[in-house]
Design a binder for this molecule. Structure first.
Ligand code: KG4
Ligand code: ZN
Length: 338
């Protein structure tokens, strides 16, 4: 089954064609990151306009690259939530038009379910159940993936997402948007023991997390150094910050693995590209004697192939939509009936 998949929830316009949920036939992305960089973050209005400009050409490109024709497409999958509402709407409307014109099913896909499904593309033998740490610009969650479309949220951030903190600290350090990758690179040259940053334990649920205290502590440290004219060891601050984020995430994942008895551990989302988190997850999996699934960096960030992968399983579960499909800025990954 060839699925034409569309992703436009933030600042990447992406169209992919995925076969049977596991094989990427093509994955086309038009990134807007350079455009938003001068503003230090994504400008929603600009994002929507750029999606409109790029999306049709990308879909044509996807067909051209694979040598497929429109009649070879069996269904159209699209990110319908969550994201910047104007941006998501562009993809949803394009997908509706494509499904209608082709006379093929329309499959709504939750963006975070898509991130998890990136693992199915990277590891064709991976099947649920497994535990997944989702860390992106907008979400930080520990999810028990019981089946392709059945999930339980074990824990979540109670305030900022880890990616938001990376981007905010990166911005204050003068790094280009989005700061995560640059911060990661700087960390590799630093001493993580140099700065003492907090690892908070919020609430009753042992799997819930908090990052706003860590973000504020890092920002205070930077501002204080500026005020007293002290030279900051940026690389070491980045290393200490990455260590604090990873120390917040990984022990909770270990505890969740032990409690659920899962034998497979996956990661997903843009922040899953972080070197320190990847290394700690690998170590943890080894200690747990669990299989570990770390998608390549290209599949960690936003892309449409992951939407095509999850779209296949949503289709099998009967989760298709009609032309009344709407876009949502926020929606639970558990996904109530449409
Ligand atoms: O999943 P994603 O591409 O978009 C969302 O759905 O949010 O994640 C983007 C986030 C940004 O916050 C970016 O700074 C972060 O992923 N990121 C990283 C790294 N690469 C990207 N954070 C830490 N270390 C990295 N190497
Ligand atoms: Zn994402």
């Amino acid at each position: 089954m060839n699925i034409l998949a569309v992703e436009s929830s933030c600042d990447e316009t992406a169209v992919a064609i995925v076969k049977d949920g596991r094989e990427i036939l093509t994955d086309c992305i038009a990134s807007q990151v350079d455009l938003h960089r001068i503003y230090g973050g994504v400008v929603p209005e600009i994002a929507s306009r750029k999606h409109i400009e790029a999306i049709y050409g990308l879909a044509d490109q996807a067909l051209e690259k694979t040598g497929l024709t429109r009649s070879d497409i069996d269904a159209v999958a699209v990110t319908y939530a969550p994201g910047l509402i104007g941006a998501v709407l562009v993809g949803v409307n394009f997908a509706k038009a494509a499904a209608l014109a082709l006379g093929k099913p329309l499959i709504p896909v939750h963006h975070i379910r898509g991130h998890i499904a990136a693992n199915y593309l990277a590891y064709p033998d991976l099947e649920p159940p497994f535990l997944c740490l989702v860390v992106s610009g907008g979400h930080t969650m520990i999810i028990d993936v019981q089946d392709y479309t059945k999930m339980e949220i074990l824990g979540t951030t109670l305030d900022d997402a880890a990616g938001e903190c990376f981007d905010k600290v990166g911005r204050v350090l003068g790094m280009p948007y989005p700061g995560g990758a640059a911060l990661d690179k700087a960390a590799s040259m630093g001493d993580e023991t140099k700065y003492n940053l907090p690892r908070s334990k919020p609430g009753q649920n042992p799997y819930d997390m908090s990052f706003s205290g860590l973000k504020t502590a890092a920002l205070n440290l930077i501002h204080h150094a500026e005020q007293v004219g002290e030279e900051l060891d940026t690389n070491s601050l980045c290393a200490s910050f990455c260590a604090a984020v990873s120390d917040t995430l990984v022990p909770r994942v270990v505890q969740a693995m032990e409690q659920t008895g899962r034998r497979k551990l996956a990661v997903a989302g843009g922040v899953a590209a972080n070197s320190r988190i990847r290394a700690d997850i690998m170590k943890a999996a080894e200690q747990l004697n669990a299989e570990v699934y770390l998608p390549p960096l290209k599949l960690c960030g936003d892309n449409a192939a992951m939407i095509g992968a999850q779209g296949y399983y949503e289709y099998i579960a009967g989760n298709t939509a009609g032309m009344e499909l709407n876009a949502y800025a926020t929606k639970s990954i558990l996904g109530e009936a449409l």
